[in-house]
Design a protein around this ligand. Structure first.
Ligand SMILES: Nc1ncnc2c1ncn2[C@@H]1O[C@H](COP(=O)(O)OP(=O)(O)O)[C@@H](O)[C@H]1O
Ligand SMILES: [Mg+2]
Length: 390
């Protein structure tokens, strides 16, 4: 049973996995929302730490919209002038939709009641006003053809709040008041949610959105993500091998891809129709090494010693949430000191406020990696000796 040379697994941010598992409820709601303008999921906000699968979920939402005959426009707020880019994309797609002939008409003056042209860049005009006009024009045309447009925006936590608010106003006017067919799906790190809670006036738009938090994969989904690409080639897994996959992956989608990738390489070298626990363990070890090298170490090296200590104090907790009081105690410092570093690490998006006086890792795999380092062992040894008074 030989596996093809081409490795189907996709470890990497924004890379489409061979089998996208879980998240079905979100996809179903979005599909329903395309049919019914009153559906809450016509404005979706996906929240979750880095590596949990927001970008690939947005990809799927875009595919769903396209399958339903909707047009889609996508951007990432990491781009400084993303609203401008979105506006231009809306205008260009509109022009393309109405066809080359009409485009010539558009280019002169206003076929749509406004000066919408893909070529003319009237930078004097307020970008947000341009966006609203462009979106209204496109949505109006699409409505005449019994379809609509889905706006998809990634990394919204980097967006300027005023721009976000403007987008929200535009969406409300066009989709809600004017009942034009526009749905919107955005993704953000959880830091945004914390910010919203801290400041109510900031962006009511985001607060009104249908918020979905992406979490770790359950056991069944984890197994599907790793084993299905092998199953296509007749490769099965022993009971223990499956358990090992669940134990090593801990529901982290990024790690599932890394593990699958290594396992594929392993099985090409040593083919087997029934994968053993040992094969999984050895692939997991390589996957961890790569994860540590590529993702975690880069991040940890950028930090100050105290920041790292804070993170190690967090990593002591077996679960995903740490109490700030515990962290301060483990650091041997007072609450104020801990809060200061909490603040810095939140600003760096390494952790986020997860409820009152609680924090979590933005990327749980960072925590998992940290727990395997010698520095962490040392930290824990000291903690235990402090407690036992040795
Ligand atoms: N639902 C999923 N099923 C299988 N693999 C996934 C899933 N979600 C994410 N992945 C994988 O995890 C990695 C990170 O996904 P990505 O969408 O970039 O995360 P985020 O945008 O939240 O940082 C990618 O390698 C991707 O293929
Ligand atoms: Mg992403």
């Amino acid at each position: 049973m030989e596996l093809p040379r081409r490795n189907p697994f996709a470890p990497g941010y924004g890379k489409q996995p061979p089998v996208l598992v879980g998240r079905e409820d979100i996809f179903e709601d979005f599909e329903d929302a395309l049919e019914s303008p009153q559906h809450p999921s016509t404005a979706l906000l996906l929240l979750g730490p880095r590596g949990i699968g927001k970008t690939v979920a947005l990809d799927r939402l875009r595919d769903i919209a396209r399958t339903q005959g909707w047009k889609t426009v996508r951007t990432s707020a990491v781009q400084g002038d993303w609203l401008q880019a979105l506006t231009e994309a809306v205008i260009a797609d509109h022009a393309e939709f109405v066809g080359a002939d009409a485009k010539r008409t558009i280019t002169g003056v206003s076929a749509f009641g406004v000066g919408v042209t893909a070529e003319v860049n009237d930078s004097d005009e307020q970008p947000t006003i341009r966006f609203r006009d462009a979106l209204r024009a496109y949505a109006t045309t699409l409505a005449e053809h019994q379809t609509g447009v889905a706006l998809i925006i990634d990394e919204i936590q980097t967006a300027n709040v005023d721009t976000l608010r403007a987008l929200g106003d535009d969406h409300q006017i066009i989709a809600e008041s004017e009942q034009l067919p526009v749905v919107i799906a955005v993704a953000s790190l959880p830091s945004l949610a914390a910010e919203l809670e801290a400041d109510n006036i900031k962006a009511t738009f985001l607060q009104r959105m249908d918020r979905r938090t992406l979490g770790r994969l359950n056991t069944e989904d984890t197994l599907r993500a790793v084993t299905e690409p092998f199953a296509k080639h007749g490769v099965t897994f022993s009971h223990d091998a499956k358990n090992q996959i669940v134990v090593e992956t801990r529901g982290a989608p990024y790690f599932a891809q890394l593990l699958g990738f290594q396992l594929w390489k392993h099985l090409r070298k040593s083919p087997s129709a029934n994968v053993s626990e040992t094969a999984v363990a050895s692939a997991a070890e390589k996957a961890y090494a790569i994860f540590g090298r590529t993702v975690a170490d880069t991040l940890l090296n950028d930090m100050t010693p105290v920041e790292r200590t804070f993170l190690m104090a967090m990593a002591v907790d077996a679960g995903d949430v740490s109490k700030i009081d515990d962290i301060a105690e483990r650091m041997g410092r007072d609450l104020n000191y801990a809060y200061q570093y909490r603040h810095k690490l939140i600003a760096a998006d390494v952790i986020f406020a997860n409820g009152t006086k609680r924090v979590s890792f933005t990327d749980t795999a960072i925590r998992d990696h940290l727990r395997t380092t010698p520095q962490f062992e040392e930290f824990q040894r000291k903690l235990t000796s402090d407690i036992t008074g040795e």
